[in-house]
Design a protein. Structure first.
Length: 205
């Protein structure tokens, strides 16, 4: 959605997208190592902090989680959720470039945001740069292979200035390879009868 729309709906986002978020984020979380002791994690496009909250509940052993997002309204809600939490840092991303140090994270996760990246391969290369050696990248998004996705892609561009395009699993894998990541796990999954998602886990070599 556009910045204005996100400002308007930020307060209702968690409720309106609860089921969708539960299904899609679960697929990303399933790609994590079982033990995240001392691990540092970056959530790209963290929104209201739905993924961060789930991560902290499932993996309290995490060393730290940094979330970045382009929506100040979404981050305001996330900041209220994690106020005073010493493991969480939230950063407003004013432009396309991520304002975080290189080689500083063990794991980079991005859920339900890949369709917003106008230069997806360039964004993947940025994610690779902020990963430590042997770091893990986990991506998840809806697929344009879904039953209604092609119609949605046409309609969403009418009011969402940030939307770029959805991709298929095969296209996502191709971009991962272009960005220089090593061998990866990749799979489609059903979101509901109309929507399909994909998830990819890749490694920095």
């Amino acid at each position: 959605m556009s910045k204005a729309i996100y400002t308007k709906f930020a307060k209702e986002y968690d409720t309106c997208w609860a089921r969708f978020s539960d299904i899609t984020i679960a697929q990303a979380l399933a790609q994590l190592p079982q033990d995240l002791t001392h691990k540092t994690i970056l959530d790209v496009g963290c929104g209201t902090g739905i993924l961060i909250r789930k991560l902290l509940k499932i993996h309290p052993e995490i060393d730290s989680i940094t979330g970045i997002d382009v929506s100040e309204s979404m981050l305001q809600i996330a900041n209220r959720k994690f106020k005073g939490h010493n493991k969480v840092q939230l950063i407003y991303q004013a432009g396309e470039t991520m304002d975080v140090p290189e080689r500083s994270f063990d794991i980079v996760i991005s859920t339900n945001t890949f369709h917003y990246f106008p230069s997806p391969v360039g964004k993947l290369q940025e994610m690779k740069n902020v990963l430590k050696n042997d770091g893990i990248l986990i991506l998840e998004d809806y697929s344009k292979d879904g039953v209604v996705a092609k119609y949605f892609e046409w309609a969403i561009k009418l009011y969402d200035q940030w939307h770029y395009k959805a991709v298929t699993l095969d296209e996502g894998e191709g971009m991962i390879a272009q960005a220089g990541f090593g061998a990866c796990y990749a799979a489609n999954f059903p979101i509901d009868v109309f929507w399909k998602g994909w998830v990819i886990q890749a490694k920095k070599e």
